[in-house]
Design a protein around this ligand. Sequence first.
Ligand code: 13P
Length: 243
Amino acid sequence: MSKIVVGNFKMNMTLQDVAQYVQYINNINFNPNQNEIILCPSYIYIPYLNNNIKFKVGAQDVSANHMGSYTGEISAMQLKSENVKYSILGHSERRMNFRETENIINKKIRQCVDNNIKPIVCIGESKEERLMMKTEQILRRSILDLFRGFTKEQLSDIIVAYEPIWAIGSGITPTPKEIEETAYYIKDLVRSAYKVDIRVLYGGSINLSDMHKFIGLNNIDGYLIGGASIDVEEFSKIVELIS
Ligand code: 13P
C-alpha cells in the first residue's frame, strides 16, 4: 500500500544546509509513483526546494486570513502561487506557542481548501489527557470542530496526522497496537460522522531504528517525522525502507 512520508523540518537549517540536503537526497533510490514524500521546510526555502528536489514540498503553517494587514503572515494564496500543494496545520507546537485553537485551525483549513492545498492536520492528546483516559474524547472534539463547514469532497482531501503531544521529541511512542487502534478510531469517527474515508498518519519520535514497528500498520497511511527528517542520511534510509 502506498504511504505518505512528511518531513517537518520545523525551524531548522540554513540555505546552505538545505542545499546539501538536496544534493544528498536527490541521489537515493525512490520511485515517485509508489510513495509520496513531502518535505516541509521554513517558508523561505520553499521555492529553492521546489525548484531543486525530486520530492513534493509543503508548508508548516498558513495564515487563517485571506490577505491584508497581517504582518509576518503567509497566505494560502501566496503558497499556491509558489506551487505548494500541502501544508501542515495545527501542529501542537503552534497550538502551545501561538495559542492556536480549533476555531483558528478550522479557518486555516478553509484557506487551504480554497487554494487547492491539501491540509495535513495535526491532532493529539497531552500526557495528562492520556493518563485520564481522555484520548478518544480529545480527538473526537478536535475532529468535529476542525471539520466543521466542509463538503464531503473537501474533507476527503484532508490528511490527519495523529501526533500525541507526549511522543513528540521525547523518544517515547505509543505501542504499534495503540497507534493502530487510535488511527482506526479516527477513521471510523470520520466515516460515521461525514461518510468520508480519510488518510491518517502517525507522528512522534519516529526514527530509523524503530521504523520496523511502524511499517505495516494497517490503519496508518504514513508518517509525520520531525527530528529524523532533518538528518538527511537517516531520512533517506527511512524513505528507502518504505519503498
Ligand atoms: P519528532 O519526530 O522529532 O518527535 O517530531 C514529530 C513532529 O512534531 C512532527 O511534526
